[in-house]
Design a protein around this ligand. Structure first.
Ligand code: UDX
Length: 454
C-alpha cells in the first residue's frame, strides 16, 4: 500500500474520525479547521467530541507523527513533510439543511475559493459530507480545474461507533466521473479489505441517501407495526424477532422507539424528498416514512395522556412527568433532532411539568463542547439522577435506550413517584421487573401491557 498525503478540511465529527482513521491506516494526514481554539485543543490531544476510541486514536496518531492540525485550509497545503503537496483533499465541512430541505454548500464553496487554485495538478478532491446529488459536478465547476478530479466518497458512520464503523466498514463507496481518481481514493482504504463499490459521482451521492432513508423507512415500518400489534393483541418483540431471522430483512434496526432522530436521518430524509421533488418525482413512500415518524411523537404523548388520566382526551395540565434520556439515542450526548426533546416540547405544550435525567449530562461527564453539564436542556430542568427526576412524578418516561435504565433500582423509583406508571418508549426495561416493583409498565406494541384503556 502507498501512504498518501491527505488533507482533511473540517475537524468535526466526520473530519476528525476520517483524519485519525486514515492516519492509522498509514497515511500522512493534516487536518485543517477554521476554529483556531479547537485546533489548539486538538494539538494538545483534547477532543471535544464524545466518541469511543477517537481521543485515543488522535493522541496515538499525533505522536506517531502521521496526524497534525493546522488553522485554515490554506495552511494545510504547505504542512506536509518536505513541503510536498497534498495528494487528496477531503472536504468534511458542514452541509446543513437550509430552507426547504436544500443543503447549504457555503462551507464547501469557501474551501474551494480558498485553496482551489493552489492545489497541485493531479490532486483529488473528495466529498465526504452528505451532499445533494450533483454536488460533485458543482464542486468541479467551482474548481474550474481540469487537472483536479472530484470524487464522492460518502461516510456511513454512526455516532457512538464512528471509529469502529470507519475501520470495519460494510462497504466503501467511491464515485467519480474520473475512474482513475476514484481508484486512487479507494486505494486509501485498501488495507481494510472491505467490499468497494466504484461508481459515478451521482450514484455515490444518491447511495448515502438511499441507505439512510431505507433505515428510516425500516424504523417507521416497525413503529407502525408496533401500533398495529397493540390493536390486534400481538407482540412487536416476537414479530420483529420472527421477521428478523429472514436474512433479507435482518435483525438490526428493528427496535420500536419514540421515532428516529439525530443529525442524519431527519436531514437526509428531507433532503432526498427535496431531490425527488426537484426531479419531479413524487416519492410517496419516503413522505409516508417521515409522516409516520412525526406522528410517532404525538402517539407517545397520547399514550402518556391515556396512562395518566385514563382518558384519551384527559388533561396533562400541571401533571409532573419524569423524562429518562434526552439524547437522540444511547451512547452519545448529541441532542440534535432528538425525539425525546420533541416529545418534551409536546408535553410541555399540553401543560405538563417536566424533569429530565440523562446519564450524558451528569456531574463529571465530558460533553461535546467540553463544558460542565447544563442544569436544563430545552427548558427541561435536569435532575442529578433518575430517582430525583422521578420524585413526585405521575409517570416516568423512558425515552432513550441507555443500558443503565434497564438496571435501575426500580423499587426505589417506585417509592419516589406519586403514581406508579412507567412508559417505556424503547421497550428496554423488563416489564416483569417493573411489575415486581409495583409499577405499571406501558411499552410499545407489547402483548399484555394493558395500555390503560378508557
Ligand atoms: C445514522 C446511520 O446509521 C449512519 O449510517 C449514518 O452515517 C448517519 O446516520 P446515527 O444518526 O448515528 O447514524 O444513528 P443510528 O444509530 O442510525 O440511529 C438513528 C435513530 O434511529 C436514533 O434516533 C435511534 O434511536 C433510532 N433507532 C435506531 C431506533 O429507534 N430503533 C432502532 O432499532 C435503531
Amino acid at each position: 500500500m502507498f501512504a498518501r498525503r491527505v488533507m482533511v478540511v473540517g475537524t468535526g465529527y466526520v473530519g476528525l474520525t476520517t483524519g485519525a482513521c486514515l492516519a492509522s491506516l498509514g497515511h500522512e494526514v493534516v487536518c485543517a479547521d477554521i476554529d483556531a481554539a479547537k485546533v489548539e485543543r486538538l494539538r494538545r490531544g483534547v477532543v471535544d467530541i464524545v466518541e469511543p476510541d477517537l481521543a485515543e486514536l488522535v493522541a496515538e496518531q499525533t505522536s506517531a507523527g502521521r496526524l497534525s492540525f493546522v488553522v485554515g485550509a490554506g495552511a494545510a497545503l504547505g504542512s506536509f513533510e518536505d513541503g510536498r503537496p497534498a495528494e487528496v483533499l477531503f472536504l468534511c465541512v458542514p452541509t446543513p439543511m437550509g430552507a426547504g430541505g436544500v443543503a447549504d454548500l457555503r462551507a464547501v464553496e469557501s474551501v474551494i475559493e480558498e485553496v482551489g487554485a493552489e492545489l497541485a495538478p493531479g490532486t483529488v478532491v473528495v466529498n465526504k459530507s452528505t451532499v445533494p446529488v450533483g454536488t460533485a459536478a458543482r464542486t468541479a465547476e467551482l474548481l474550474e480545474r481540469t487537472d483536479v478530479a472530484v470524487v464522492s466518497n460518502p461516510e456511513f458512520l454512526r455516532e457512538g461507533s464512528a471509529v469502529k464503523d470507519f475501520l470495519g466498514p460494510d462497504r466503501i463507496v467511491v464515485g467519480s466521473d474520473n475512474q482513475d481518481a476514484a481508484e486512487r481514493v479507494a486505494a486509501l482504504y485498501a488495507r481494510l479489505g472491505a467490499p468497494t463499490v466504484l461508481t459515478d459521482a451521482a450514484s455515490a451521492e444518491l447511495m448515502k441517501y438511499a441507505a439512510n432513508c431505507f433505515l428510516a423507512m425500516k424504523l417507521s415500518y416497525v413503529n407502525a407495526m408496533a401500533e398495529l400489534c397493540e390493536r390486534v393483541g400481538a407482540d412487536i418483540g416476537d414479530v420483529t424477532e420472527g421477521i428478523g431471522y429472514d436474512r433479507r430483512i435482518g435483525q438490526a434496526f428493528l427496535s420500536p422507539g419514540p421515532g428516529w432522530g439525530g443529525s442524519c436521518l431527519p436531514k437526509d430524509t428531507h433532503a432526498l424528498l427535496q431531490v425527488a421533488d426537484s426531479a419531479d418525482f413524487e416519492f410517496r413512500l419516503l413522505r409516508a416514512t417521515i409522516d409516520t415518524n412525526t406522528r410517532q411523537r404525538q402517539r407517545i404523548v397520547d399514550k402518556v395522556r391515556l396512562a395518566v388520566t385514563g382518558k384519551r382526551t384527559g388533561s396533562l395540565s400541571r401533571v409532573r412527568l419524569a423524562l429518562l434520556g434526552l439524547t437522540f439515542k444511547a451512547g452519545t450526548d448529541d441532542l440534535r433532532d432528538s425525539p425525546a426533546l420533541a416529545i418534551a416540547a409536546l408535553l410541555r405544550q399540553a401543560g405538563a411539568e417536566l424533569v429530565g435525567f440523562d446519564p450524558a449530562f451528569v456531574e463529571g461527564s465530558k460533553n461535546r463542547d467540553g463544558a460542565a453539564p447544563p442544569t436544563e436542556i430545552d427548558g427541561v430542568p435536569l435532575a442529578a439522577d433518575a430517582v430525583s427526576a422521578a420524585q413526585g412524578a405521575e409517570a416516568v418516561l423512558v425515552l432513550t435506550e441507555w443500558p443503565m435504565f434497564r438496571t435501575l433500582d426500580w423499587s426505589v423509583i417506585a417509592t419516589a413517584v406519586k403514581r406508579p406508571i412507567v412508559i417505556d418508549t424503547r421497550n428496554i426495561v423488563d416489564p416483569a421487573t417493573l411489575r415486581r416493583a409495583g409499577l405499571t409498565a406501558v411499552g410499545l406494541g407489547r402483548r399484555g401491557d394493558g395500555d390503560i384503556a378508557e
